[in-house]
Design a protein around this ligand. Structure first.
Ligand code: FPP
Length: 258
């Protein structure tokens, strides 16, 4: 592993919980339960590897359309995770953040999440973003709406609209874009996850189902990432000459908060 080429931000689409359970003739919820173990290990491993930001896609806007019992079970698992893991997050200097339409979550879970966020907000070791009731398209619309409001309030002028100002209205404002986007269970889709922020992310798809995803799988993804040549629209030659216009320098290196 090359410490100079570590991704700053890893985003994961955790997929395959249902199939994992089905393969074992277990109810789908058993797959989600085992998936929480993988969440624990991914958080711990990313922290150990010095990753600055980890974003996990835990519940999409579309997931509300799943059977009621499954939605309820997922909310319960999240709540249990918070209860059992808050100490660990504090001990390891991890700041929890939620991205998505948090107001659509059950009230009790919202208040639990708010408490966990408040209690960890000063932590500088790693940011753990959990995407809940999340949709990338909805995020872009929300940001556009807020930006228009700023223009109408005269807090922003039309001439000052740029990618930088726009990014300030996204849930991920202030964070580096994902360098590495992992999807488990062999599906080649973004499924509306960080569609603005992943414009230049390296995508890594593994056949491993999320409940089986362990530290060794994460390290394999990072190793593959380190072999990729990130060109950001330049030619390979320009990148190898370390053209000053390359965004390469922006994608590795300094830790958030450091
Ligand atoms: C996708 O598998 C997984 C989900 C929709 C839920 C992910 C949630 C967890 C791992 C647990 C809670 C999360 C945290 C952060 C504690 P799927 O059900 O779509 O699998 P399938 O495609 O095989 O049916």
């Amino acid at each position: 592993m090359n410490p100079e080429k570590m991704p700053r931000h890893i985003a994961i689409i955790m997929d395959g919980n249902g199939r994992w359970a089905q393969q074992r003739s277990l109810p789908r919820v058993a797959g989600h339960k085992q998936g929480v173990e993988s969440v624990r290990e991914a958080v711990r491993s990313c922290r150990e590897a010095g990753i600055a930001v980890l974003t996990l896609y835990a519940f999409s806007r579309e997931n509300w359309n799943r059977p009621k019992w499954e939605v309820k079970a997922l909310m319960q698992l999240l709540s249990q995770y918070l209860k059992s893991e808050i100490k660990e997050l504090k001990k390891n200097g991890i700041a929890l953040r939620i991205i998505g339409a948090m107001e659509q979550l059950p009230e009790k879970l919202q208040s639990q999440l708010r408490t966990a966020m408040e209690q960890t907000q000063e932590n500088k070791g790693m940011i753990l973003n959990v995407a809940l009731s999340y949709s990338g398209r909805a995020e872009i619309l929300m940001a556009a709406r807020k930006m228009v409001e700023s223009v109408l309030n005269k807090a922003l002028s039309v001439e000052d609209i740029s990618e930088t100002t726009f990014e300030g209205y996204l849930y991920t404002h202030g964070l580096p874009d994902p360098d590495l986007l992992i999807r488990t269970s062999g599906e080649y889709r973004l499924s509306d996850f960080l569609i603005y922020q992943s414009a230049y992310s390296e995508i890594y798809v593994t056949q491993t189902l999320w409940p089986d995803f362990r530290k060794k799988h994460l390290l394999a993804a990072i190793q593959e990432f380190q072999k990729r040549e990130r060109r950001f629209g330049l030619t390979g030659e320009q990148v190898r000459q370390k053209n000053p216009l390359s965004r390469q320098d922006l994608s590795y290196g300094s830790r958030v908060g450091a």
